[in-house]
Write a protein that binds this ligand. Structure first.
Ligand code: CO
Length: 139
């Protein structure tokens, strides 16, 4: 079911500093910041030859990554994102197999304008997993 690794997300306490580090010290191409109020984060994407990194900074009150950064003040790996061809079919299979889809269980529009959902980390070896509808899948 899962396809390409779309991105690895890292929560950061200071997005400008993290952007400068990836761009200037590590020599990567970093996108402009994108505010996603409905997800409570501001993101940039670090474009690598074979995948992307998503650097996340909290945005607004009650950001879903605020608690994570309290526990990990220096930042840390927050989630990994795999592409799936059909996110509705993926959600149905995961739920039938007993995995917990976070939120109301319905895909939401993610940072790339494509439907995404998140799976409970306790069901996947302590790793928060994001699934994103592949560009080629049903829309
Ligand atoms: Co993500």
């Amino acid at each position: 079911m899962i396809g390409r690794l779309n991105h690895i997300a890292i929560a950061v306490p200071d997005l400008d500093a993290a952007t400068a580090q990836y761009r200037d010290t590590l020599g990567a191409e970093v996108s402009a910041p994108q505010s996603l109020p409905e997800h409570g984060v501001t993101v940039v994407f670090v474009n690598l030859p074979n995948t992307k990194l998503e650097l996340l900074e909290p945005l607004g009150e009650g950001s879903p990554i605020a608690g994570f950064l309290e526990k990990n003040p220096a930042g840390g790996m927050h989630h990994i994102c795999f592409e799936v061809e059909d996110i509705a079919a993926a959600a149905a299979k995961l739920t039938a197999d007993g995995a917990r889809v976070l939120g109301d269980g319905q895909p939401r529009t993610g940072a790339h304008g494509l439907p995404v959902l998140f799976l409970h980390p306790k069901d996947f070896n302590g790793t928060l997993i994001e699934l994103e509808q592949a560009e080629t899948g049903p829309r």
